[in-house]
Design a protein around this ligand. Structure first.
Ligand SMILES: *Cc1c(COP(=O)(O)O)cnc(C)c1O
Length: 458
């Protein structure tokens, strides 16, 4: 008998109690945090779905591995385990550890990007875009048209528009494009996967023009699972084989091990080009650490090395993707609009469609994220005009294309009843949606404003 229930592929050996809080507590916390959910204390949150980054539970094998960590400054044994795990999956010649993904991005872009040049991607993640813009370059998104339509079902909405890529190379000129990236899965575009066919096609166009092609590989294992289950010809391949093929088309990658590394901290930059790798290592030594630890402890390298093996387990990936789909089904049956189909690491609620009475310049997704916390103690994150809107000197703003609230799933952390609770709260908020008001920004910093901006309900 083939049973249908997809169970959590682990038992719980160590637990972390949740702090229970009331609606009055939530209101007081919101006022203190200036209605920015990044300003809340962890203990003020009942179900924290702010991010899936570094928030997962490690396995007994990972904790055991941490005791084996070799803290040698140079040539740590743990580094060679880490390097072998990364090379086994990616095949890249040079593996440069970093303390997290954005450190890999900063090192890469401060070497290859400069004012006037353009980096192309399906959708740049916020730290990627910020690191590119910080060095004066432009970050341009070339996701396929379908990727802009939240309700549209398409198996690989994270793909890059290959024709638009060719056109952009013609317009901008290949000499002004230091690098083309594909983010797998496409986090800012709704956690949507990129097909193998698209990775191959983008790679071909890049190599025709002599352009380096990198993956932003944070969720490479989830992307591999979507390829296995949705793309012809991959059903019988293992997630490892699929991941290896994905990386085989690229010249390098940036990675946050806080995602599909199943670790609480860590990342890497991996690449084939010897000269670029040397420059990256030199900068690494200046700002992160010696190339065999890159700002990480030996035990962190152990946790990532083990995590990279566990993340490709089929039972894990099936459970992971099924959990998000389960919440999506409950949300849709409550009549709440979401990005379809649901992504690999998060549910993205379409706040513009759910709260049509709030104009985009009153940040409907921020308003919805605040309501989720106020009513249910659930912390999600706005991915809309607060994060991606472009403020102009005259005080006006170009809004983001979509106004989303992302409920991210920490890996191996919540059980099905946590998810049932989230669905119940969402359903309640949908029933009171007309009472939800927009917000205005009362203070903002010049970069990555969503982390620290202050808001006021209207
Ligand atoms: C998280 C993330 C990053 C940055 O990684 P950090 O470890 O948070 O610095 C880059 N790109 C994508 C797609 C991400 O999801």
């Amino acid at each position: 008998m083939q049973f249908k229930t997809v169970i959590e592929p682990f038992r719980i050996k160590s637990i972390e109690p949740i702090q229970f809080t009331t609606r009055d507590d939530h209101l007081a916390s919101l006022q203190r945090a200036k209605y920015n959910l990044f300003g809340l204390h962890g203990d003020e949150v009942l179900v924290d779905m702010l991010t899936d980054s570094g928030t997962g539970a490690m396995s007994n094998q990972q904790w055991a591995g941490m005791l084996l960590g070799d803290e040698s400054y140079a040539g740590s044994r743990s580094f060679y385990k880490f390097e072998a795990a990364v090379q086994d999956i990616t095949g890249f010649k040079h593996v440069i550890p970093t303390h997290q993904g954005r450190a890999a991005e900063r090192i890469l872009f401060s070497i290859i990007a400069h004012p006037g040049c353009v980096i192309l991607n399906n959708n740049h993640f916020d730290t990627t875009r910020a690191n590119i813009e910080y060095v004066g370059a432009e970050a341009r998104d070339l996701v396929i048209e379908e990727g802009h339509i939240p309700g549209l079902i398409h198996p690989f909405k994270g793909c890059m528009d290959v024709e638009l890529l060719r056109q952009t190379i013609r317009e901008v000129g290949r000499d002004n494009i230091p690098l083309v990236m594909l983010t797998v899965t496409n986090n800012s575009g709704g956690g949507q996967p990129v097909s193998m066919a698209n990775i191959r096609a983008v790679s071909e166009v890049c190599h025709e023009h002599g352009l380096p092609f990198f993956l932003d590989a944070c969720r490479f294992a989830e992307n591999a699972w979507f390829i296995k289950t949705r793309e012809d010809g991959y059903r019988d391949k293992t997630p490892l084989q699929i991941a290896q093929e994905m990386f085989s088309y690229a010249d390098g990658c940036t990675m946050s091990a806080k995602k599909d590394g199943l670790a609480n901290i860590g990342g890497f930059l991996a690449l084939n080009n010897d000269d670029l790798a040397m420059q990256c290592r030199n900068l690494l030594i200046l700002t992160e650490g010696f190339p065999t630890y890159g700002g990480l402890a030996g035990y962190d390298l152990e946790a990532v090395a083990q995590g990279l093996r566990e993340v490709l387990d089929e039972h894990y990936l099936e459970y992971r993707v099924r959990t998000v789909a389960y919440l999506a089904e409950k949300t849709v049956s409550a009549g709440i609009p979401i990005i379809q189909p649901p992504g690999g690491h998060a549910l993205f609620i379409d706040a513009k469609a759910m709260l049509p009475h709030i104009p985009v310049y009153h940040y409907p997704a921020q308003a919805l994220a605040i309501a989720l916390y106020l009513e249910g103690g659930i912390r999600g994150v706005e991915i809309g005009s607060v994060m991606f809107g472009k403020p102009h000197p005259d005080g006006t703003e170009t809004p983001a294309q979509m106004e989303l609230v992302r409920l991210a799933f920490p890996r191996r952390t919540f059980t099905q009843s946590h998810i049932d609770y989230v669905a119940e709260v969402l359903t309640y908020i949908h029933s009171i949606q007309e009472d939800i008001r927009g917000v205005r920004i009362t203070w903002q910093p010049p970069f990555l404003r969503h982390f620290t901006a202050h808001f006021e309900p209207l």
